[in-house]
Ligand binder design. Structure first.
Ligand SMILES: [Zn+2]
Length: 453
């Protein structure tokens, strides 16, 4: 009760004095720089020197947000570095794209839920309750524990009553707070999956009979709430290790205990950076909670064979590894699955996803969820998906894209579900497919035909 009361006060405070507490991004601009000189070191330099916010970076390209105060000197410096012809403005006014605050809508009936707008943490929790109520025969709410600020993390476990499944399939969104499209898309995907199952759609029925499904809509609740109430561009958690009390938060996707964790590979020990990895692995309760949850599923239930960490933006389908260049033994399966998933995405609305290993496609990164899941939890198909767009709106993707994003990702996640059922994610040791379950049907047959090519 104390927690609920505290949340109520926080929300109320935000609504009553939004203007003083909410960071104003009027006049902030986002630039894209494309040049071979653009690497992690250069991006870190820009961030530190101009207090710039790195929205996205990959080999040879970065999207950087700059405040009006630093605009002139930032551009002067890029020109001085010979980048005059290699950058352009992508977003003219970040403030103008930020959603207006609105009151929480707590519902009694799932049919009133609006899947076409972004939702606050309270509203997502309300949705979790309503979904579990509506589909009480197959859906259970499971608590993973509490975040640093005491918010309960709740996942939906979806299992058919038939007890035929031998594998688990897991999704999590919002490990980075400002990536609002990720819980919005995941909620639509869950809703469609359950509805199709209930309506007896063959593919969903077979997928649920063959897999236990898990969905965690908000992996970093403190950060997500902060992004709603104070700073729309917040990425990290909300713990404080900076003794000066100035810089809060850890990048929750650099806090997993992987190889080379503290080698400054795509992360840093600098408190104020968006890529601050924390004082040690597992410093963030929200990360520990997911680790323990997956450990429990693997120990006591059907092992997790497919794991998705859902992010935005940049339209990537990424598999292991992030921390170095070596390739997973089941690379051929991962690449095939990724390419067919990208094909499935393209078929829905023509959205193009790039597929590959994190290290080469993005930039080297240690301490990520998918590398931990692969190496330690032995999840054969651990994937990061970076949803729309490629920077036109970035994290401020308009709400009218929630449905198309959900539709294209639904196609991909179901296709991979079929691959998992069909044995393509049974093992990490080789690319041999060991089919141990699954009933042939049209979708699966189509997938197999594609896969065999
Ligand atoms: Zn992210």
């Amino acid at each position: 009760m104390r927690l609920q009361h505290a949340n109520f006060i926080a929300v109320f405070g935000f609504l009553s004095s939004a203007s003083s507490e909410f960071i104003d991004y009027s006049g902030y601009k986002v630039f894209t720089i494309t040049h071979e000189k653009v690497n992690q070191k250069y991006v870190n330099y820009l961030q530190a020197e101009f207090n710039a916010d790195v929205w996205d970076s990959k080999k040879g390209q970065a999207d950087i947000m700059v405040s009006p105060d630093h605009l002139e000197i930032f551009q002067e410096r890029l020109n001085l570095h010979g980048l005059h012809n290699f950058y352009h403005q992508k977003i003219e006014d970040v403030g103008g794209l930020i959603e207006k605050p609105r009151k929480n809508q707590i519902l009694k009936d799932l049919s009133d839920f609006n899947y076409e707008i972004y939702h606050s943490y309270e509203e997502i929790n309300n949705w979790v309750d309503l979904i579990a109520e509506q589909y009480s025969d197959i859906v259970e709410i499971e608590s993973l524990g509490f975040s640093h600020e005491g918010r309960e993390m709740r996942a939906l476990k979806v299992v058919s009553g038939k007890n035929l499944a031998t594998k688990s399939y897991y999704f999590e969104a919002t490990i980075h707070a400002r990536e609002w499209i990720t819980p919005a898309a995941l909620m639509q995907i869950v809703s469609r999956f359950l509805e199709n199952y209930k309506n007896g759609e063959q593919n969903e029925v077979e997928l649920l009979e063959n897999l236990d499904w898990y969905f965690l809509p908000v992996t970093n609740p403190d950060g997500y709430v902060y992004s709603w109430e104070h700073d729309r561009m917040w990425r990290k958690t909300r713990s404080l290790y900076d003794e000066s009390g100035r810089c809060y938060g850890v990048d929750a996707n650099r806090n997993w205990d992987t190889k080379f964790w503290d080698d400054d590979i795509g992360s840093t020990s600098y408190y104020c950076s968006e890529l601050y990895r924390g004082p040690n692995p597992w410093s963030e309760p929200c990360v520990v909670n997911v680790r323990d949850y997956i450990t429990k599923i693997n120990a006591d239930r059907n092992p997790v064979k497919g794991f998705f960490d859902i992010h935005s933006y940049s339209q990537f389908w990424l598999y292991n590894f992030g921390y170095d260049e070596h390739k997973p033994d089941n690379l051929n399966n991962l690449a095939k699955i990724g390419n067919f998933a990208a094909g499935a995405i393209y078929d829905v609305h023509g959205t193009v996803f790039d597929v590959g290993d994190w290290y080469n496609v993005l930039y080297p990164s240690a301490g990520t969820a998918i590398d931990y899941m692969y190496d330690v939890q032995k999840v054969p198909c651990a994937t990061t998906t970076e949803l729309r767009d490629t920077g036109r709106y970035g994290f401020l993707l308009p709400e009218d894209q929630i449905t198309p994003v959900s539709e294209e990702m639904y196609a991909a996640y179901m296709l991979v579900g079929n691959a998992v059922v069909d044995g393509y994610c049974n093992s990490q040791s080789s690319d041999t497919v060991d089919v141990d379950s699954g009933i042939p049907h049209d979708v699966l047959r189509k997938f197999r035909e594609q896969f065999a090519q």
